[in-house]
Structures are given as C-alpha cells and as structure tokens.
Ligand binder design. Structure first.
Ligand code: 4H7
Length: 252
C-alpha cells in the first residue's frame, strides 16, 4: 500500500473483518510512504503540472522509488485507484483476492505523473463515477472487499466460505431480500408472517421473490442480463401482483 497518508488505513486495519484477517495471518498490509523516498529537506512529493493549470501532481521520483521498494519486499501487480480506472465489481474483487500480493497506489493532489502509470501501473481501478480527494478510501474499499473473501477469515462460516470462494463471488446476480430480527412487532410494523411460519420452502420462495422484485424495481439492468427460468418469472409476476394489490389498497 502506497500513500502519503498512511494513518488513514488504521480505520480499516484496526476494525472489523480486515482487522480479523490481519490477526489471523490471512492478510498482511505494509504501508509505504512516498515521502520517505524523497531526498530534499522538505520531503517534497508534489510538483506543478507542465502546461499549467490548477493544482499539483505527485512527482514521479518518490513514487517510483516507493513502488520499487515495495516490489522488492512483496512483488505483485500495481493497482492505481483513480476515476479513470475500470469499474470495480465483485468479480474483480474475487480476482484480486486470489493474488498472492497486490500493491495499491493511492494518489493525492490532481493525480500522478503519467509516466508512472506507463512504467509501473498494471491496473487502474475506479469505484465509480464520482470524485474523492485522494485514492486512500478507494484503496480501503479494495482491502476490505478482498479481506472478507480470504479463506479462514469468516470464523463461523469458514467452510461455507471456502466452498463459495469461487461460486459466491461471481457478480451478485440479484439484490438481497429484506431481513428481519426480533422483536416480532417494532413501532407497529410486523415481521412478514411467512418468516415466522417455520415453512422453509415457503421462506426460500418468499426471499427469492423479494430479491427478484427488488432487483426489477431498483436495478432493472441487472435483471436484463439474466435469463429467468419459469419459476423465477412466476415469482416476479407474483411480486408485482402483490405490489399492485397493496397500492390499490393505498398502503404501499
Ligand atoms: C488518481 C487521480 C479514485 C486519484 C486523480 C480516486 C475518485 C476515485 C485521485 C485523483 C479519486 C474513484 C484527485 C481526481 C483529486 C479528482 C479533485 C484521487 N477519486 N483525483 N481530484 N472513483 N481521487 O475510485
């Protein structure tokens, strides 16, 4: 991990699943600060852009030296987090989680000198079409997304985890169904009766219906990429019928 703000990573490395992955030895993160690879008294990592314009760039020499040092310790593809990158998705996280090592590069200022991209970056990844002040949060998204996929990380579901290491990590085909826990009634809202029925066939059916219905309402483009079988089409129709019924009653 290369960043001029290494302490930002405490947020993800000291908490939750990534912290557990670290302690379990399933994950190791080493932080490299380009500032430690400068040779002037001010430890300068930024420089004005050729051609003018607002803002500064990360100058190439400290980045090159930091990347090369990181590579000597743990060689792996260099991933640069930037808005110009390929969109991150679950399939990509799965791919990254299978690599023995990875060098994440977080840019600050207006980005890095293009010659570093050319000479040392293997893959440019973006979280999505929006702008952050630095690549650190994006890198942390990659760290947490990868950590939870590593074998031996999810204590209780360890074996399930390994089974699903490939299968479960394909791009999630559908959105998740709604979830409920105790109490049965909260602020006047009851848990759907089917979930209390003990009929596991009906519960599975209801959950799939909700997943299909919510996906068609919220992310129709995900559904367009799927080929629904007879049962799934019927469940989706039933969901829509239920919705129409509710809105006719005015309690949608
Ligand atoms: C590399 C190049 C990632 C990194 C430029 C990083 C969004 C994402 C950054 C920039 C990021 C993402 C510098 C471009 C600051 C915008 C105001 C850091 N933003 N920045 N500029 N979508 N910012 O994954």
């Amino acid at each position: 991990m290369l960043s001029i703000f290494p302490r930002m990573f405490n947020a993800v490395l000291e908490n939750g699943i990534s912290a557990r992955a670290l302690h379990a030895g399933a994950l190791a993160v080493r932080l490299w600060n380009p500032r430690d690879f400068t040779d002037d008294a001010h430890r300068t990592v930024d420089q004005r852009p050729y051609g003018g314009g607002a803002g500064m760039l990360m100058k190439p020499a400290p980045l090159a030296a930091a990347i090369d040092a990181a590579r000597r310790v743990n060689d792996g593809p260099v991933v640069y987090l930037s808005p110009q990158g390929e969109r991150l998705d679950q399939r990509m996280l799965d791919e990254l989680a299978r690599l023995p090592a990875l060098i994440l590069l977080a840019g600050r200022y207006e980005g890095i000198d293009e010659r570093i991209v050319q000479s040392r970056v293997d893959r440019e990844i973006s979280l999505g079409d929006y702008v952050l002040a630095g690549g650190e949060l994006a890198a942390m998204v990659v760290i947490e997304g990868v950590a939870r996929l590593l074998p031996g990380v999810l204590g209780n579901q360890q074996s399930a985890r390994q089974d699903s290491f490939s299968a479960d990590s394909q791009p999630c085909p559908l959105l998740d169904c709604p979830h409920y826990t105790r109490p049965e009634v909260f602020e006047g809202r009851a848990v759907p009766a089917v979930l209390l029925s003990g009929n596991h066939g009906e519960i599975r059916r209801w959950r799939l219906m909700q997943a299909l219905g919510r996906t068609s309402e919220r992310r129709p483009e995900l559904l367009a990429g799927l080929k629904l079988d007879r049962r799934q089409s019927e469940l989706l129709k039933a969901y829509r019928r239920g919705k129409n019924f509710q809105s006719e009653r005015g309690d949608d």
